[in-house]
Design a protein around this ligand. Sequence first.
Ligand SMILES: [Zn+2]
Length: 344
Amino acid sequence: MQAAVLESVRQLNLREIEIAESLGAHDARIRIHTVGVCGSDVHYYQHGAIGPFVVRAPMVLGHEAAGVVEEVGPAVTTLRAGDRVCMEPGIPDPNSRATRLGLYNLDPAVRFWATPPVHGCLRPTVVHPAAFTFRLPENVSFGEGAMVEPLAVGMHAAGKARLKPGDVAVVLGAGPIGMVTALAALAGGCSRVFITDVQPPKLALAATLGPIAPVNVREENLGAMVRKATDGWGADVVFDAVGLPQSFAQALDVLCPGGCVVLIGMPGAPVPFDIVAAQVKEARIETIFRYAHVYPRALALMGSRKIDVRPLITDHYAFADSVAAFDYACHMKPTSVKVQIELG
Ligand SMILES: [Zn+2]
């Protein structure tokens, strides 16, 4: 089949590749309709590796996908041909200790699309376990379905924060993950969210998504703004969707006593961390790695329109132009948030 194949660093081709996939009893075969381009795909394209994951053999890119079920295995009862679905890209070992503990995202044996050596989904069809394939509500488009993957990260972060109704949150970074985290925080009960960035178009877009106050940290003082809005108390929760060394100091600075910092962004190297600054506030520090079983909740929120990700889908490419889509994603205009490739 034709697929977007990363041969090695900076070498991406749309070409024939043989992928042997047989339909197991519990699987579905899905015709892919839309695939989102993620920062991790772009990183593999530009650098050939993320941490310990190194591209050593040609690998199909893409892990944010929605499509239509073509056929299902004999044991599948939850799906049928014609269903519009999106897929969770990480498949754990169902018998692993992590999976049995409900921490399947942390299963060392997890196979995740487009994480070497596992092929991704930028190809016409995939075979996927029905248990990791979710029907889209009628009013949710394929493009929105493909946004469930990044939204799931924000949802998982909101869950880790243990939000309470009325919380004030700060989201550091208005990239795609920062944006969906702000949406998840509002859906989770936050009364308002401050979001930071240095690119005015991103902040302007974020401000249209709900009670979200944009803060250009190049010109404005986040700490002063948050303290002013909270009678000097600080934010209940700070989500770091940046992962730069300075973001940790900033997170602790704007946090209220007893508040929670959720670390989402992944620094490229170890960073210094002021433990005393955290201790004097008894800060609760949470970390996340991907997500575990939040797709149904994300789809329910999209279906009820409590979360609307449509303004975040800014750029569309045809499958034939996949390489151009990736080249654009490497150097996006600041008005762009999510590039999607359409096969259907
Ligand atoms: Zn992604």
